[in-house]
Design a protein around this ligand. Sequence first.
Ligand SMILES: [Zn+2]
Length: 117
Amino acid sequence: MARVNRWRQWWQDQPWPWRRWNVAVRVEHGDEVPARLPFRVAALVVTAGKARWVAFDCPCGRGHRVMLNLDPRRHPAWRVENLSPLTIEPSIDDRTGPGYCHFFLHRGRVIWVRGRG
Ligand SMILES: [Zn+2]
């Protein structure tokens, strides 16, 4: 079993260009999101049966974490329309990183709205 897990980990870590984004990690609290997520894998935070956050490493590759609120009572809020391949609505704009990252995540693919800021 451990061997299978290692192989799976290796597989998930490979930056296969055809790999699509998907949600493969599910935790109960925001602080349980692992510091290191596999390539193109997002983590969903589900608290008390409700999706609260989706977290992933920004596809710009500069190593910053994007954390999106899924609670519609708080603003801004996003919706995870599909887990695998991952679709998030509306577009994702993140200014917490080293630049301004603005992109769509649609059917597991990243569509940049404009150049990597
Ligand atoms: Zn970024």
